[in-house]
Write a protein that binds this ligand. Structure first.
Ligand SMILES: *Cc1c(COP(=O)(O)O)cnc(C)c1O
Length: 396
């Protein structure tokens, strides 16, 4: 946008350098296994809040081989933007949507014969292939088929002209929420049993793309499960959890350095003095115990700035923390800048991410982790909840 008056007052900088760094270290770490796994990065959830198109482009530039999305509309957005890289859909497709996936040269998770039949028919009529990845249920009980049913569906794929059994997938239920990975290992055992049975029966050993490694698995076990790693949060520079980080240390490995790629910014819209004894915001939930300088930020829960941060969260002004006071409103948030030397109208404020002091000698960070702790949730939710209308700018 060239018209400066049309510049948004709250936006997100996405660091291309951070994304590139993360893909580099994850690629290098997973090479320890000796192989060259396919890197499939999840860009569902608006690329974990980083902006589907800018993030996808930067991730591909960094050497990501495949992108994974949740549904067909994300495929359409990526293809319309001219992205030709392989795309894998992990979520629900109706039979008609599976036909559309075939038309857009997109592979997808499979657990339903009707979807296969529709996709294969579309593929035959276009002289294409419906590339499917059968999902094996190993303990998450969210999506997929247990051993016998998965085998039966694989047989059906093998016998359906126009269809190709390209991959076999499963998903961990309890890998990032714990330092005890016995259940994850049990899931892997089950997955291997199914994979072995398919190999034995259908003889697909060389070609089949077996995949299960999400971020936690990739960080814990550099030996990628199968041939492809299918991960999200680590690509954006966030550890899946403290438990994952601890487990890596306990395993005697040096944790890789991941760099958070997202900085959510806004500017101060107004500064005013509130006398001691006055209240701030809806519901009068905050009362000044001293004469207070209050700054107003043009951001609120409409933008995905969670109302749960009212009176709890902090932001950065001039590289120093300032507390949120009163209730976060739909489009406005108030902060206490009494102790800030740099607060002025128009000054940049960081809601999420790092900011340095004006002299450049110090900095602080409001991490997605810390924000999640304030909210009683996980950082996955913090970043993906940032509203889609907030502009994402790819910066160097
Ligand atoms: C989101 C998702 C992933 C990625 O998980 P991370 O913890 O972000 O690495 C992998 N597989 C499936 C099926 C997913 O839905």
């Amino acid at each position: 946008m060239n018209d400066p008056t049309m510049q948004p007052n709250t936006w997100i900088d996405v660091s291309r350098a951070a994304l590139t760094h993360n893909i580099d270290v994850l690629r290098t770490a997973s090479r320890r296994a000796g192989g060259e796994p396919v890197l499939c990065v999840m860009v569902k959830g608006n690329a974990y809040g980083h902006g589907l198109l800018p993030a996808a482009q930067a991730l591909l530039d960094a050497g990501t081989h495949w992108l994974a999305v949740h549904d067909i509309s994300e495929v359409q957005t990526l293809r319309h933007a001219g992205i030709t890289a392989p795309i894998y859909v992990v979520g629900y497709l109706s039979p008609d949507q599976a036909r559309a996936a075939v038309r857009m040269d997109t592979r997808f998770v499979l657990y339903d014969a009707q979807v296969l039949i529709a996709a294969a028919e579309e593929a035959r009529s276009l002289g294409k292939l419906a590339r499917v990845h059968v999902k094996v249920e190993t303990g998450n009980n969210r999506q997929g088929l247990r051993h016998e049913a998965a085998l039966a569906l694989c047989r059906l794929v093998a016998n359906t002209p126009g269809a190709l059994l390209e991959g076999l997938a499963t998903h961990f239920a309890d890998i990032e929420d714990t330092t005890d990975h016995r259940f994850a290992n049990r899931q892997l055992e089950r997955f291997r049993q199914t994979a072995d049975a398919i190999h034995t029966e259908l003889g697909l050993t060389e070609r089949l793309l077996v995949h299960a490694s999400n971020s936690a698995a990739l960080l814990l076990w550099p030996d990628v499960v199968g041939k492809m790693a299918r991960f999200g949060i680590a690509a954006y520079g966030l550890w899946p959890s403290k438990e994952t980080w601890l487990s890596v240390c306990e395993l005697g490995q040096k944790p890789v350095e991941l760099r958070p790629a997202l900085t959510w910014k806004t500017v101060i819209a107004q500064i005013h003095d509130v006398p001691a004894g006055e209240y701030v915001g809806y519901g009068r939930t905050w009362r000044a115990v001293r004469n207070t300088r209050v700054a107003v930020l043009p951001v609120g829960y409409y933008d995905g700035y969670d109302r749960g941060l009212s009176n709890i969260g902090k932001v950065l002004v001039g590289g120093v923390r300032a507390p949120i006071i009163g209730r976060i409103a739909m489009n406005m948030t108030m902060i206490d800048v009494t102790d800030s030397a740099t607060a002025r109208v128009g000054a940049e404020v960081v809601l999420l991410g790092e900011q340095t002091t004006p002299d450049g000698n110090d900095s602080d960070r409001i991490s997605a982790d810390e924000t999640a702790a304030w909210l009683g949730t996980i950082h996955y939710e913090v970043v993906t909840r940032i509203a889609e209308h907030i502009e994402r700018r790819l910066v160097s």
